[in-house]
Design a protein around this ligand. Structure first.
Ligand code: PEP
Ligand code: MG
Length: 579
């Protein structure tokens, strides 16, 4: 039995069999297999080599017919290496001796050979080193492709174990078959984590070297409450976790009884609880928990899961579905927040050095007007069907807001000319998720009907900590006084300019923060739908004075630790059952 500590993302507890996904040729973990699994690794290697050789022969023949015999010769060199008995012997010996997976043996032997070629110094050998990398990738992608194919053809529920997952991969996972997720990399609020959490299964990320310790089929426990992953648990541990799962089932039932009750404090202040969604189907959970509507619709997931760029009709159909499901409750649509970890075709082809500081979000939209306008037209058409609000992400200057609004009014004019119905009074808002926006909230407030504070990004940009990087995850915290200071500044500016403010970062769903956020003056929270009952339970157990006192006290603290410890203590006093 091994216990690995990671970062909890999505609460819950599951015991299941691991499915290890090796899906990136850039990171091949050192994983071993049991002795009886060694022949299978040899077979996998032989298959992958066979396929890679067949591909190379095909490429050689095509090059010969299209470009002539000379360019085709390069493939002969590649084929020679691929069939080189010494290289193959090294790989098979590595598998045999260390019982490692075929992909690890391939990547290691190629790495050594490449290093040797590079060390030779002359240009011709360095060139050969690049050829070797290409061959390495050809074989590895066959082995990895096999893993991806298996993931697409799952027949049994599994716990997905991977080095990392992209937001797109997370969005494509089969919700029926994936019962838990654990990864080596990732942070609490990375977009992939948020998307994985939306599957409603326990998720733990940032487990560093987890994939090196797990084999396909291993029994694993994923504890999304504490961030613990247990590999091959012993019988006593299993018993303990089975009992926990049963207790949590009882707690869930108790929470379900809260669903129809109003989120009001003991002294009668009503807090609006809305849901964050990536796809319209998630609205069902908001409704089941009697949420007040959608406070954040991350529309870019439609883009990420589409084959090409979504058409106006694709956008419109998704919005229409959401509006119909909501049956009169508001839908807050965030315009495309692409870029950074949510890679567009352009980003994949021309990677940026600092993508989170680059052409992301509203900046990307303002430089890709046809795409932006296509979405805005769909949003306007949808606004005729029900209460729709639109907001622009990652606003960092008032100019951006002016530009975005100008484009929106251009599109409105086009719609008017074409006789397309839309809501001319549709509220327009800005997300506040960059310190510059928080600090100039008074200026921005004069341009919008509402603010939505996105703490996931605000924390990252305030503290200079990548929200998806497990190595600095200990520094990423909403409880840092600087972050709280900015949230407070936005709430104050919004109040002064009579602009509605909500908060939609992940902390809106974390019960430790509920009293503080209410105490700071927030009356609308938008959160992961499954957390609505828990947050409602806190709201119904506190009064405003208590929350305001807490916010004042926390405002005087100097360190993140102090703040967090105090928040935890206070919520435990209110709800001792949280443990
Ligand atoms: C945020 O940044 O807090 C936010 C809600 O947006 P996202 O998590 O999609 O970046
Ligand atoms: Mg954001």
């Amino acid at each position: 039995m091994e216990v690995i500590k990671g970062i909890p993302v999505s609460p819950g507890l599951i015991i299941g069999r691991a499915f290890v996904l090796d899906d990136t040729v850039r990171f091949i973990p050192r994983r071993t297999v049991p002795v009886e699994g060694v022949p299978h690794q040899h077979e996998r290697l032989a298959d992958a080599l066979g396929q890679a050789i067949a591909d190379l022969e095909r490429d050689r023949d095509r090059a010969a017919s299209e470009l002539g015999p000379e360019p085709a010769k390069i493939f002969e060199f590649h084929l020679g290496l691929m069939r080189d008995p010494t290289l193959i012997k090294h790989i098979t010996t590595h598998i045999e001796r260390d019982h490692v997976t075929a992909e690890y043996a391939v990547s290691e032997e190629f790495r050594k050979l490449t290093a040797r070629f590079r060390a030779m110094g002359q240009e011709v050998f360095r060139q050969k080193a690049n050829d070797l990398l290409d061959l390495d990738h050809r074989i590895l992608s066959k082995l990895i492709g096999e893993s991806e194919d298996r993931l697409a053809r799952l027949t049994e529920p599994v716990v997905l174990v991977a080095h990392d997952i992209t937001p797109t991969r997370a969005a494509m996972l089969d919700r029926e078959k994936i019962i838990g997720i654990a990864t080596d990399a990732g942070g609490r609020t990375s977009h992939a984590s948020i998307m994985a959490g939306a599957l409603g299964v326990p998720v733990v990320v940032g487990c560093q070297h987890l994939t090196e310790h797990v084999d396909d089929g291993d029994m694993v426990v994923i504890d999304g409450r504490t961030g613990v992953v247990i590999i091959r648990p012993d019988e006593q541990t299993l018993e303990q976790y089975r009992a926990d799962i049963e207790r949590m089932g009882t707690d869930r039932l108790a929470l379900r009884e809260l669903a129809p009750l109003e989120p009001v404090t003991l002294d009668g202040t009503r807090i609006s609880l809305m849901g964050n969604i990536e796809f319209p189907y998630e609205i069902k959970e908001i409704l089941a928990n009697h949420g007040d509507g959608v406070g954040l619709y991350r529309t870019e997931f439609l883009y990420l899961t589409s084959k090409g760029e979504p058409t106006e009709e694709d956008h419109f159909q998704a919005l229409k579905e959401a509006i119909e499901l909501l049956g009169g409750k508001p839908l807050t649509i965030r315009t495309l927040d692409l870029g950074a970890d949510k890679k567009t075709q352009q980003a994949a082809e021309e990677p940026e050095r600092n993508p989170f500081l680059g052409l992301r979000s509203i900046r990307f939209c303002l430089q890709n007007l046809p795409m932006f306008k296509t979405q805005l037209r769909a949003i306007l058409r949808a606004s005729a069907l029900g209460p729709v609000r639109v907001m622009f992400p990652l606003i960092s200057t008032v100019m951006e807001l002016h530009q975005a609004k100008m484009i929106l009014s251009d599109v409105m004019e086009e719609c008017r000319d074409e006789g397309i119905e839309y809501d001319a009074e549709m509220p327009v808002g800005a997300m506040v998720e960059v310190p510059s926006a928080a600090l100039t909230a008074s200026t921005l407030a004069r341009e919008v009907s509402f603010f939505s504070i996105g703490t996931n990004d605000l924390i990252m940009y305030t503290l200079a900590v990548d929200r998806g990087n497990e190595r600095v995850a200990n520094l990423y915290s909403a409880a840092h006084p600087a972050v709280l200071h900015l949230v407070r500044a936005v709430v104050r500016a919004a109040r002064r300019w009579n602009v509605e403010t909500s908060l939609c970062g992940e902390i809106a769903g974390e019960v430790e923060y509920t009293m503080l956020l209410i105490g700071m003056g927030l009356r609308i929270l938008s959160l992961v739908p499954s957390q609505i009952p828990q947050v409602k339970r806190v709201i119904r157990s506190v009064d405003m004075k208590q929350c305001e006192r807490l916010a004042r006290k926390v405002g005087s603290f100097e360190s993140e630790r102090q703040v967090l410890n105090h928040l935890r203590e206070e919520v435990r006093k209110v709800l001792p059952e949280l443990g």
